[in-house]
Design a protein around this ligand. Structure first.
Ligand SMILES: Nc1ncnc2c1ncn2[C@@H]1O[C@H](COP(=O)(O)OP(=O)(O)OP(=O)(O)O)[C@@H](O)[C@H]1O
Length: 484
């Protein structure tokens, strides 16, 4: 699709200086024409990738052209919202401006399979992380969603499970659900969707997290380490991210089934999260504090882990993940919605006494960490070979060998190299089961506290939907063959 004319000149309403927009196949070039004095003429230009342009609109009444975009971050300057409104001066350009704006919007949205001006249901948890969610939403996120023309239904959560209750009973009319909090609120929303009267259809509603919690694991996995804690980039994802199906996990405990999207942890890795809740003010530093405390205590986690193993060769897993990460997984949501209209949740395939083909670890364990998405926190790439839709759950189990091993393992956690630690058991599995061997312990599911009692997990391929700018999890991790 060509944009004709490719450049439009406007006089900005805010500063009365002129500006020229130029459209290329990949960028919008914004050239500010500032005349400092009659003799000198300075032209300053910004190159904005199409992915960052939120909206282009023309109002024929005032001949006014509005353009909004996220100015990419530069050195120490963070990414920021820019909204420019100006009057088209030239008569010929006036006639072409409306067409220009329409065609630009088609390039930005329709041609990429993205719906413009999404209808968004937004949950803001005032208690997420260090309590800054409301401020982050009002100052950073809301202006971006509004500049993109999105319609918003905003709910400030009043209690635990508030978002769950709303989602469970909602009309399936939203293009996405935005959570301004941490991973716990995403957990609630996905469980609400799973308990909806039309669960499969409900689970085609994509979720877009805005990082305002402590760990923000999901946001890190969708946006990468550089942008995972950046609310501006996360808001851009809510506007322009594309739907990506992800595996979800059924956790069955005491006959009750719940949904997990990210992780289940026991032993040291659960203690460092759940036993440091009172230190929320520390941000994600509380996890490192909790880890060191756990290493000092160095206690066995009283559980037995049994796994329906799909793969245990670490090199093979790394090769497959590396190859798959060159692809982009984007789905056609409309087809998925139609197919899912009246379907119920998938039936459970594994019974609690099913032992055929299961492998049991009997040695004392320091922690069990199971889940998907490379990052569980900024400093910990727990599942570097995880894929969004391989239909498998990654399981890491660290034996209770020595404090030195525990420290050596965690020292390489930020880059995911901990995966190669020879003593770390790592599996890809279709299901697993935990039997508790004592009464005292922590079980954390997606960062939420669950009873320390036996449970079983199985994977449902591609059951959930997220918005993603990249169509894959973002993490740098290479197989051994590529690292040499
Ligand atoms: N108004 C509220 N009052 C108390 N708790 C709430 C309220 N709204 C939501 N919650 C609960 O707050 C808990 C924490 O939320 P969340 O996990 O999103 O943030 P976090 O723990 O800081 O982040 P992360 O999981 O990334 O570390 C969730 O269990 C959620 O149900």
């Amino acid at each position: 699709m060509s944009l004709s004319p490719t450049s439009i000149r406007v006089r900005l309403s805010s500063s009365h200086h002129d500006l020229t927009y130029q459209w290329t196949d990949t960028e919008l070039i914004v050239a500010h024409d500032r005349k400092k004095d009659k003799a000198s003429k300075q032209v300053k230009s910004h190159r904005i990738p199409h992915e960052n342009v939120l909206r282009v609109s023309y109002d024929p009444k005032g001949s006014s052209l509005s353009v909004s975009y996220i100015k990419p971050k530069k050195k120490k300057k963070p990414a920021s919202l820019v909204v420019l409104t100006g009057a088209v001066q030239d008569g010929e350009e006036k006639a072409a401006a409306e067409n220009w704006a329409e065609t630009a919007m088609k390039c930005l949205y329709d041609n990429r399979g993205i719906k413009p001006a999404r209808r968004l249901l937004v949950f803001v948890n005032p208690h997420g992380g260090s309590g800054r969610a409301v401020k982050i939403f009002n100052k950073t996120v809301k202006p971006i969603l509004q500049a993109a023309g999105c319609s918003l239904k905003v709910i400030q959560t009043e209690r635990h499970k508030h978002a769950y209750e709303v989602v469970k009973a909602m009309d399936l009319e939203y293009d996405a659900i935005v959570t301004v909090s941490g991973d716990g609120l995403v957990h609630e929303v996905l469980n609400g969707l799973a308990q909806h009267a039309q669960p499969l259809k409900a689970l085609t509603t994509p979720v877009a997290p805005i990082p305002a919690g402590s760990g923000n694991g999901l946001s890190l996995n969708l946006l990468g380490l550089d942008n995972g804690f950046d609310a501006t980039q996360a808001a851009l994802n809510a506007v322009k991210g594309r739907p990506m199906r992800i595996d979800l996990f059924s956790v069955v405990q005491n006959g009750k089934r719940s949904i997990s999207f990210m992780s289940q942890s026991l032993g040291l890795m659960a203690d460092l999260d759940l036993d440091t809740e009172h230190l929320r003010w520390m941000g994600d530093t509380r996890f490192m504090y909790g880890f060191l405390r756990g290493v000092l205590a160095f206690e066995a986690c009283p559980v037995q882990l049994s796994i329906k193993v799909a793969e245990k060769d670490k090199d093979k897993m790394a090769e497959i993940a590396h190859a798959r990460n060159q692809e982009v997984c984007v789905c056609n949501l409309e087809d998925d919605k139609t197919a899912a209209a009246h379907a119920s949740l998938p039936a459970l395939r594994y019974l609690p006494d099913d032992n055929d083909g299961w492998y049991t670890i009997d040695e004392p364990i320091l922690f069990v960490y199971a889940g998907q998405g490379p990052y569980v926190g900024r400093d910990y790439m727990a599942f570097p070979v995880s894929l969004p839709d391989d239909g498998l759950i990654d399981i890491a189990a660290m034996p209770l060998s020595s404090r030195k091993d525990a420290l050596a393992n965690i020292s390489t956690a930020p880059t995911g190299e901990c995966f190669w630690f020879p003593k770390l058991h790592y599996f890809k599995a279709e299901a697993y089961r935990i039997k508790t061997l004592g009464k005292k312990g922590n079980l954390s599911i997606d960062g939420e506290r669950f009873p320390f009692e036996e449970y079983q997990v199985e994977v449902h391929p591609g059951l959930g939907t997220l918005l993603s700018p990249h169509g894959r999890f973002v993490a740098e991790f290479k197989p051994r063959s590529a690292s040499k």
